[in-house]
Write a protein that binds this ligand. Structure first.
Ligand code: AMP
Length: 126
């Protein structure tokens, strides 16, 4: 099934970016915002998002400027450093579309660490 790439301006991260609902901010710059995941899967679980309206990585790849793309990766690295993750290792991941069970349709990079994270990919549900 084709994934809907129409950006929903009322998705929860768009509302966080507009300041309509709060977030537990970790880092912010001109292009990106990073905040703690509301349901953390590890002692450190931060979401890094571009401020631009992008559904997922495919949308970002197609439409974002080189500056926005560089800024997102730099923000991920900055968050890892702020959370002291390079010393022990960490995982970054981005769920894109249906098979990846993406829940929030605004591109986000999970930055997860401070425990043994186990194998890379889980089993399918059911
Ligand atoms: P994904 O399945 O990759 O789309 O992940 C969405 C993530 O957003 C989940 O880990 C949720 O716990 C997280 N999340 C949803 N709502 C909020 C919120 N208001 N603040 C912070 N994290 C959120």
């Amino acid at each position: 099934m084709a994934y809907d790439m129409t950006y929903d301006p009322n998705n929860i991260f768009a509302r966080i970016l507009r300041g309509e609902i709060p977030c537990d901010k970790v880092y912010e710059d001109e292009n990106c915002l990073a905040f703690n995941d509301i349901a953390p899967k590890a002692p450190v679980h931060v979401l890094v998002i571009p401020k631009g309206a992008y559904v997922n990585l495919d949308d970002f790849h197609a439409k974002a400027s080189d500056a926005e793309i560089a800024a997102l990766i730099r923000a991920v690295g900055t968050v890892a450093k702020l959370k002291d993750l390079p010393a022990t290792g960490y995982r970054i991941l981005s769920n894109n579309g249906e098979d990846a069970h993406q829940e929030v349709p605004h591109l986000h990079i999970h930055v997860i660490g401070k425990r043994d994270l186990g194998g890379m990919v889980g089993k399918p549900k059911g």
